[in-house]
Design a binder for this molecule. Structure first.
Ligand SMILES: [Zn+2]
Ligand SMILES: [Zn+2]
Length: 293
């Protein structure tokens, strides 16, 4: 995999990543990334720190967020890259969604307790540096010896349809896109494969989102082979979308393991062409002209 100078999908401890926002940006600088978006799940909490570190280390940090949208089959995640400073109305909206996430996790803990799984809300809370989510509930279950690992916790207890699962207050993808676009964002459909759609149904779904204002599709990822990239580039083109590139980096520890393809700064081979890079960066809010070419 060849390194890319553009990585528009990364996570820090503000959501479920292992490292602080400043660490992620320093690592990006070491790896030659020029434009990095920090896109923590449903929170902007790491952005200020990431941008301050970026200014010190010569990395342009785009304010980003990965929004989880309501979707029944698999997962629908949307990357929104926003202007800096992020418009107040959007910021307030994300904060209210963070509060919803906490209430949901709290309710899951209550249900787990009812079912005899002894974990405390304080334990769960202590595990989340930033935005709290189900992975933190899962980790608490593992630490308490109730589950063997995160997947076991999701499969048996807190995954969709399981006994302690609580429905989230997610918004429809179209509504999330419209809200982000109203704040001046460029929005990309992250890892389209998690929609669990192929062929025409996938194309129809993308058409729906494009009509709502979707601007890009994550065609280039370190965990996608060349054939998949070509398929997604064609899909993007069919719907008038840009192809975007991101590593979905979460942790150094995961870079070498079984899920070892989410390396910061690695967005697959062949990755973004110079022309596609220029098209993408010229549409991203706030990228200086000197970095576009
Ligand atoms: Zn995602
Ligand atoms: Zn992600």
């Amino acid at each position: 995999m060849t390194p890319s100078t553009v990585d528009l999908h990364s996570h820090s401890t503000a959501s479920d990543g292992d490292h602080s926002a400043s660490f992620v940006v320093e690592l990006a600088a070491q790896r030659g990334v020029e434009v990095l978006a920090l896109t923590d799940h449903d929170t902007l909490q790491g952005i200020a720190e990431a941008q301050a570190t970026g200014a010190e280390h010569g990395v342009h940090v785009v304010a980003g967020i990965e929004l989880s949208a309501k979707y029944s089959a698999g997962q629908c995640h949307l990357l929104a890259w926003l202007p800096s400073p992020v418009p107040e109305e959007f910021r307030v909206w994300t904060t209210s969604r963070e509060i919803d996430r906490e209430r949901r996790a709290e309710e899951m803990v209550r249900r787990l307790n009812e079912q005899g799984f002894e974990i405390t809300w304080e334990d769960v809370r202590a595990r989340a540096v930033g935005n709290l989510g189900r992975p933190h509930v899962a980790d608490t279950l593992v630490a308490a010896g109730h589950c063997s690992d995160r997947s076991d916790a999701f499969d048996r207890l807190i995954g969709r349809g399981c006994s302690a699962y609580v429905e989230s207050g997610k918004v429809a993808p179209e509504a999330a896109i419209e809200r982000a676009v109203a704040a001046g964002a460029l929005v990309s459909l992250a890892h389209p494969y998690t929609l669990e759609l192929e062929g025409q149904p996938l194309s129809d779904f993308v058409a729906r989102l494009a009509a709502a204002g979707l601007g890009a599709l994550e065609a280039h990822r370190g965990d996608q082979d060349a054939a998949r990239q070509a398929e997604y580039c064609a899909l993007a083109e069919r719907h008038g979308l840009l192809a975007s590139a991101g590593s979905d980096f979460h942790a150094l520890a995961l870079e070498g393991g079984a899920r070892g393809k989410r390396k910061l700064g690695r967005t697959g081979t062949p990755g973004l062409s110079p022309e596609a890079r220029e098209r993408l960066l010229s549409r991203l809010p706030g990228v200086p002209a000197s970095l576009v070419r």
